[in-house]
Design a protein around this ligand. Structure first.
Ligand SMILES: [Zn+2]
Length: 322
């Protein structure tokens, strides 16, 4: 490959871009906050700006392709871009067309969890694994499945929807997917923040209230995480409950696919064993394949951190450039 690729990641909070070399190393990187209410034209303009920033050293003309991880999917049968429910106000066709018009090279799209999985498969925790599952835990809960070294994407390209598997009773905060009891509504970052607020209302969250400036309604996932790191029992119970729900979903995935590895990424994975511990323990107990010693998939933290998405998106572009 004589030309380089750029990977772009449009997440729930940040938009990132990186110039990535053919070996998967990040040459330059830039990010900014995402404005969810913005128009597709504005979003496209911001992506073009970020691409120009990271390409500044080599010039955009030396870019052979740009991969974009989106909070949505590409319909493989129709070729249309479909955005996830919480981003549905963005006009996907306008976003796609805007980018293809303004960028002087081919642009490829796929879902952000797919991109993170492709990044970890290329140069991260999925290296040398032919069959693995990556889950991403943050504002949303996503997943990527690698079978025989290839991403599994389903008939239309919408799989896997790990975060919207049903794992419990309806939670108080409804999910944008519209189906009560899904994993994302019970164990994502916003769900963890909500559980912290609930604990405070019930008089169990003294430190949580204190660390959110005395305002129980301001308790967020970040507050719960900070308190848990400080050993606060209420925060630890909240994280353990989220971990058990995620672990139960992982046990189902192990029953279904028997992967050799489960890679955990996304912002919440930075908690390390505080969250990975309960996930692993539940996964091992609730999957009979593991409990009875037939299978032993390891559950490990992702290696690329918040750059997995941009690295994977660049890989997507290289896949088309080779
Ligand atoms: Zn849902």
């Amino acid at each position: 490959v004589s030309q380089l690729a750029i990977g772009v990641d449009i997440g729930g909070t940040n938009m990132r871009a990186a110039l990535v070399d053919p070996d998967g190393a990040v040459v330059s990187h830039a990010r900014r906050r995402v404005e969810l209410g913005g128009s597709a034209a504005r979003c496209a303009a911001e992506i073009v700006e970020l691409a120009q920033i990271v390409a500044a050293d080599v010039g955009l003309t030396a870019i052979g392709g740009i991969g974009v991880g989106i909070p949505g999917w590409t319909n493989r049968l129709s070729g249309e871009l479909v955005l996830a429910p919480k981003f549905s106000r963005l006009n996907s066709r306008e976003l796609c067309d805007g980018l293809r018009e303004k960028l002087p090279c081919p642009v490829y799209f796929d879902s952000d969890p797919h991109m993170a999985t492709l990044g970890e498969l290329w140069v991260g925790a999925g290296r040398n694994a032919d069959n693995f599952v990556m889950i991403t835990l943050g504002t949303g809960i996503g997943c990527g499945i690698v079978i025989g070294g290839q991403l599994y994407t389903g008939h239309h390209g919408f799989a896997p929807e790990f975060g919207h598997m049903i794992v419990g009773e309806a939670s108080e905060i409804p999910c944008a997917c519209g189906v009560p009891g899904c994993l994302e509504s019970l164990a994502s970052g916003p769900a963890i923040g909500h559980a912290g607020q609930q604990a405070a209302r019930e008089g169990r969250g003294q430190l949580l209230v204190e660390w959110s400036g005395g305002n129980a309604e301001a308790i967020s996932a970040e507050t719960v995480v900070a308190c848990a790191r400080n050993g606060d029992p209420t925060a630890l119970v909240i994280l353990q409950r989220a971990g058990r729900l995620i672990g139960a979903a992982c046990a189902n995935v192990v029953s279904l696919l028997e992967p050799e590895r489960v890679v955990v990424g996304g912002g919440l994975s930075d908690l390390g064993e505080l969250l990975l511990g309960p996930i692993r323990e539940t996964m091992q107990r609730q999957s009979y394949l593991i409990a009875q010693g037939y299978a032993c998939p390891e559950l490990v933290k992702a290696q690329l951190g918040d750059r997995a998405g941009v690295v994977g998106a660049a890989r997507l572009a290289y896949n088309h450039m080779d």
